[in-house]
Design a protein around this ligand. Structure first.
Ligand code: GLU
Length: 441
């Protein structure tokens, strides 16, 4: 059975980059009627925070990306220790004592000599006595996984055939000197034991994947299918990594972005299919195909979310936005007609308040000098209330007959006098909502 997971580290809020990973894994699982696991990668006790775990769950719930179960790496430390023991017994695990400064120096020397900066495995030559002495002097060493120096190959769901020479990669550290288990091994143990069949993650993990494939093989597990999506860049192709902090999902929610707009964009951005607003999750699942995604960096422009949000809102019945309409101050008896007018004219729900304020308080009229007399005449012709959808037509007909004005010369000054703007809602729908005039009528 298809099983995928989204595995964030709870060290911050999740952003659009993480969302891409979450969504792809979610859609693969749902499309195959499989299982979607939310895995909290919290092996780092210092940087992992409970508030971020809660925030990640809230953000996923807001988007409707429901998980089938939650797993926490901090609950599974004994499993990782067991796997580490196994690697040790197999002779694939060795302790190394270099300090970060020493490693840095080695790297610099290698680079100077035009060699790739790969760990030289000096620790493999240490005798038991030397290790004992180093341990006494420096404390416990780190544990590195001894890669087999051969080519590591897989058929990537997005990148296609990948082949990496293991000799060009440093033996990965899987356990730190203080005993902290690192993601590289924890993830392998989890993926294997939880039956994860498909792993989609960012292309910054490609080298990890190479080493993890060897660890999986050493532990006798089955390799999942891997797919690495490209990383997002800004609209001009600039690196987004530093700005991702401002593209947290909760910031977008705060700015009024609608989940369906965000999901629709993210399910297609970087693929050969056009971005289309989808009306619900079922449509997203149906239209998703990982094979349509390309390896090139994907441009993301936060501004694209707003037209999609506007379009999504336009499609909603009042029932879906009744709370927001009420929050804007609209009385229940006007909610239906207000929403019919407003939904064509908002980008986010936050714009509702402005339209209601206009309806309730009227606008600062915009009347050109040469229109003063015309407007006065028109006002005198306003029919008796209550106003309805026919009022605008009847009124402008009367004004046209009385003044001889027509077309733009007739409608524009009236619009500007009533709304203070040159553009805006259909006047026929707006007029019955203008409380000031209603009262007068
Ligand atoms: N916790 C890892 C990350 O956030 C998970 C990567 C993976 O999907 O394996 O980068």
């Amino acid at each position: 059975m298809t099983t995928t997971r989204f595995a964030p580290s709870p060290t911050g809020y999740i952003h659009v980059g993480n969302l891409r990973t979450a969504l792809m894994n979610y859609l693969i699982a749902r499309k195959a009627s499989g299982t979607f696991i939310l895995r909290i990668d919290d092996t780092d006790p210092e940087r992992s925070k409970e508030e971020y775990v809660d925030a990640i769950k809230q953000d996923l719930e807001w988007l409707g990306l429901h998980w089938d179960r939650v797993e926490r790496q901090s609950d599974r430390l004994d499993r990782y220790a067991e796997a580490a023991d196994k690697l040790r017994e197999m002779g694939r695990f060795y302790e190394a004592f270099e300090t970060p400064t020493e490693l840095d120096l080695k790297r610099k020397k290698q680079l100077n000599m035009g060699k790739p900066p790969v760990y030289d495995r000096a620790a493999l030559n240490l005798s038991a006595a030397e290790k004992e002495a180093l341990r006494a002097e420096r404390g416990n060493g780190v544990w590195r996984f001894k890669l087999d120096h051969e080519r590591i190959e897989w058929n990537d769901g997005i990148l296609g055939g990948i082949s990496i020479d293991a000799a060009s990669v440093s033996d990965p550290v899987l356990i730190r000197g203080d005993g902290q288990v690192l993601y590289t091994i924890a993830s392998v143990v989890d993926d294997t034991e939880m039956g994860v069949t498909d792993v989609v993650r960012g292309s910054d993990h490609v080298t990890n994947t190479a080493t993890q494939i060897q660890i999986i093989q050493a532990l006798g597990g089955d390799c999942p299918r891997f797919a690495h999506h490209s990383l997002l860049t800004g609209p001009q192709g600039e690196a987004l990594s530093k700005r991702l902090g401002t593209l947290a999902l909760r910031d977008l929610r705060e700015q009024g972005v609608q989940p369906m707009a965000l999901l629709s964009l993210m399910a297609r951005l970087g693929s050969s299919d056009p971005v289309e607003l989808r009306s619900d999750m079922a449509e997203l699942i149906d239209g998703f195909d990982i094979g349509r995604f390309g390896a090139a960096p994907t441009k993301f422009d936060v501004q694209d979310l707003f037209p999609l949000t506007a379009k999504h809102l336009q499609s909603l019945p009042l029932a879906d936005v009744a709370d927001a309409v009420a929050d804007a101050g609209v009385p229940a008896e006007l909610a239906e007609s207000f929403w019919a007018m407003a939904r064509e004219n908002i980008t986010t729900l936050a714009d509702l308040k402005g339209w209601w304020d206009l309806c309730r308080d009227g606008a600062e009229p915009l009347i050109a000098d040469e229109d003063q007399a015309f407007i006065a005449e028109a006002v005198a012709l306003l029919p008796e209330g209550p106003f309805d959808g026919e009022t605008w037509g009847a009124w402008t007909k009367a004004v046209k007959e009385a003044t001889g004005r027509k077309g733009k010369g007739l409608f524009m000054p009236l619009r500007k006098a009533l709304t203070g703007m040159e553009r805006g809602p259909e006047m026929a729908t707006l007029l019955p909502l203008l409380q000031v005039i209603r009262a007068r009528g």
